[in-house]
Design a protein around this ligand. Structure first.
Ligand code: GRF
Length: 201
């Protein structure tokens, strides 16, 4: 089974969904390490409760993005990590980092990409008058929130929605499609052809 590292910055509800899938025997890989760039990230406790090794690498202690990323690569390599899962990791990774894990870097983003890359996606979807919104799991390339899309889920935008209400509806879908996409990847079912990802046997 592939060894996975999950990178987080915050509460870690997506990490929780991945841990639940692992415990149910349906993740297809083993979460060997959880790394946070913030010491106070709630997700660290979830990992520890599940008996998963955690590391904190605070970016504020590094003089440059390149130095932080190089240290992160060392940590991941020392743990023989095959695939890196970004689960609410609020740092842009340098091209060198991305190149170190070719086709082995997966992110969840709370919008229907390529719409609304970056932050504040739920507010952006409401401001744009979208009637549908959602989330995307995708392979990471050097461009922010781009890269071949593995899975998406769609939710309706309701007339009275606030960004928070919409975010909560999307989050439920994130928790559903993220473990599924990681499982396909781990089981070798995904084939990347240009920007498209084919799911096969
Ligand atoms: C999620 O909405 C994820 O899509 C985005 O950041 C949020 C992280 O939430 N990248 P959590 O830490 O997994 O609860």
């Amino acid at each position: 089974m592939p060894k996975l590292a999950v990178l987080i910055s915050g509460r870690g509800s997506n990490l929780g969904a991945l841990i639940a899938a692992q415990q149910a025997g349906v993740l297809g890989g083993v979460i060997a390490l959880v790394v946070s760039n913030k010491a106070e990230a709630g997700g660290l406790k979830l990992a520890q409760k599940a008996g998963i090794r955690t590391e904190v690498l605070e970016h504020k202690n590094f003089s440059s993005r390149e130095l932080f990323d190089a240290t992160l690569i060392e940590l991941l390599d020392a743990n023989r990590i095959d695939t890196v899962i970004l689960a609410g990791f609020m740092r842009i990774l340098s091209p060198d980092f991305v190149a170190h894990f070719p086709d082995q870097l997966i992110n969840i983003h709370p919008s229907l990409l390529p719409a609304f890359p970056g932050l504040h996606t739920h507010t952006a979807a409401l401001d744009a008058g979208c009637q549908f919104h959602g989330c995307s799991v995708h392979y990471v390339t050097a461009e922010l929130d781009q890269g071949p899309i593995i899975a998406q889920a769609v939710v309706p935008v309701l007339p009275e929605d606030t960004p928070e209400a919409l975010a909560a509806r999307v989050l439920l879908e994130e928790h559903r499609i993220f473990p599924q996409a990681v499982r396909w990847h781990c089981e070798g079912k995904l084939r990347i052809v240009g920007m498209r990802v084919h799911v096969g046997e």
